[in-house]
Design a protein. Sequence first.
Lengths: 321, 180
Amino acid sequence: MSKYDEVYEQIKKKYYDKLDGENDFSVLDSVTIKFLIALLLIPLVVLIVRLVASEKIFLEFLGLGIIIFVFALMSLIIYVFMRRDTAGKESDQYLKFRSKYVNTVGIDLLNYYFENVQFGFFNIEEGYKKAGFYLKGTNDFVIHDQWSLVNENENTRLANLSVGKITQDEDGNKSYHNLFNGTYVEVDMDILFDFKICVCLNHELYSRMDYLEELEMDYSLFEKFFNVFTDDKISSMQLINSEFLQDITELYKTSPCKFDLVIDGNKLYIRLYIADNLFNVSKLDPIDKNNVIYDMKCLETIKEIIRLVHHYYDTNFLEIG
Amino acid sequence: MENVIVIGIIVIVVLIIMFIAERNKFIRLSNNIRNSKSSIDVYLKQRFDLIPNLVETVKGYAKHEEQLFKDVVEARNRYNQTESIKDGMETNNDLNRVIALKEDYPELKANENFLDLQKQLSKMESQLQAARRVYNSEVNVYNNAVMSFPSNLFAMLYGYRKENYFEAKEEEKENVEINL
């Protein structure tokens, strides 16, 4: 059993036990659902056969419309009279369970990789701006912070973010453009770099920063994914040696999400581009195994980036004196 | 007729701006190369300033390596005169050969002064490698501008030519043999 399977089974057991083993959230029972499916499928099959053989297509489609209407009417009647008594309660239970999932299963997963993570708030905008993720010259930014977490020492902070830009046209109509959706991480490292380096996906973002210069790397696959901007080219080259380039490129290829990172002083800022956000819960399945594994792999990506920065600082700066 | 004159003026202005912008671009790119070359020089000089101290330390242990010590001092003096990267890398090569003597004379490894010098030189070598990579990166950007259309037309006009990359010599590419 892989570690993903093990963690998934632990989470499933823990949270299904909390719901007294109940895991059926459907409004109708399974027999009724099968009956409804048969009710729709049989005439559909007949209709398709007749369509193939018939020349009067209009009449066949009219027949299809009538069947769909009758089906909708019967579904409504069945829903009213066959609805499970506990359906409302299960739905409430599910909503409570879902919020519990975000509150605690997400934290369980985080605690698997980081130490003692809990809900907490931190000044996201300040760090996000300092890292340079804002486009220079644009002031109207909106950050939607869905949740934020800090670990016990408060040296690792995470937040699920949606960042957008509001623009106004000549008529005063405002429109919202999404710039980033995903997870934002700040790490206070116990090492200090006296330069700033941005390993980023968006060329346009950093090319507008006057004090940062673009640095071309000597590894074509890395250059395909990333752009590097820095205020100290030699120190950046010292950190990002050929092994680092290979490792970060390999991580990018194997990670389920895109990422970019900024190192500034003792701070490491990471952005994971996740369309559906970390710890997203599907309404159809309370604990979807694919979601849990996806979340774990995203957290592993964060952990690996932190490890690589520390490792190559130790190798390329510390060990040589 | 007036329209033609206006369009003509606009075209001329645009062309002037283009000429100025391209000129400035090549100036900036070649300054970047000069800057990175001077960084290499700085690191090389810092390294070579340790040569006298290193030779004195090693001399007492490696009495039969007089020729090597002579070579490295001469190479350093040559570099100080020419300041060419080629001479610098030759001197660096000889310096690395002196450091590698610790494999032939194990007593050297116990000498504190030698260890301290080795640590300093390793740090500088790492910075030097980074500086060389930056240099090659700047040359690559510059050469792309010189060779790509349409900026190659401006490069020809202003007399900018391709620059050479910094390449390791054949002996540097060979593995160093360590006698255990």
